[in-house]
Design a protein around this ligand. Structure first.
Ligand code: DLZ
Length: 161
């Protein structure tokens, strides 16, 4: 069981995002949760210096579509990193497993195919309360965590240039 606040991190350990460009793809399924993840991610990017002009937010119907939304960013936009935000909640059928498998493998493939960070900001929970707890609730906001990861990965890539 997760016990730590997902949003708790050492602010001084995060590089400046001032000159970085980000794409954010948000799934519309479980909108109450994914919109909170998106707000957290965008706020955190801005807190670390990213400008509105350098943050582009797009929407896809469900979590399964997140990798394709990310691929559109890779091919049609000049972003340094893409944050993929979704929420899959366990139901009575195995749909949960197939969506989780698709988005996980799809995201991994994008990272390696485009040599660019595609951040996995997907909640995979047993129930809605667990998701709410991690989308601005008592366990923080996974959107914040995804944004910090994106900034750190862009800085890492730039450090090799
Ligand atoms: C169909 C479906 C189901 C049952 N559950 C979720 C969910 O919990 N979270 C989510 O983001 N999307 C869900 N979807 C929709 C799929 O992600 C996808 O949009 C459809 O299967 C169409 O490809």
């Amino acid at each position: 069981m997760a016990t730590k606040d997902l949003s708790a991190y050492d602010i001084n350990s995060v590089p400046s995002a001032e000159n970085m460009r980000f794409g954010v793809v948000v799934a519309e399924w479980n909108w109450e949760i994914t919109s909170a993840l998106a707000n957290g991610a965008v706020d955190t990017l801005k807190k670390h210096g990213a400008t509105d002009e350098n943050i582009s937010v797009k929407y896809v119907p469900g979590t399964f579509e997140l990798p394709l939304g990310g691929q559109y960013f890779a091919e049609l936009d000049n972003v340094d990193a893409v944050i993929l935000l979704g929420c899959v909640i366990q139901g009575d059928t195995r749909h949960f497993d197939y969506i989780c498998e698709g988005v996980t493998q799809g995201t991994k493939d994008l990272n390696l195919k485009y040599n660019k960070p595609f951040i996995f900001g997907v909640l995979t929970t047993n129930n809605e309360q667990q998701a709410l707890d991690r989308a601005g609730g008592k366990l923080g906001n996974k959107g914040d965590e995804a944004a910090v990861t994106a900034i750190k990965m862009v800085a890492l890539q730039q450090s090799f240039k």
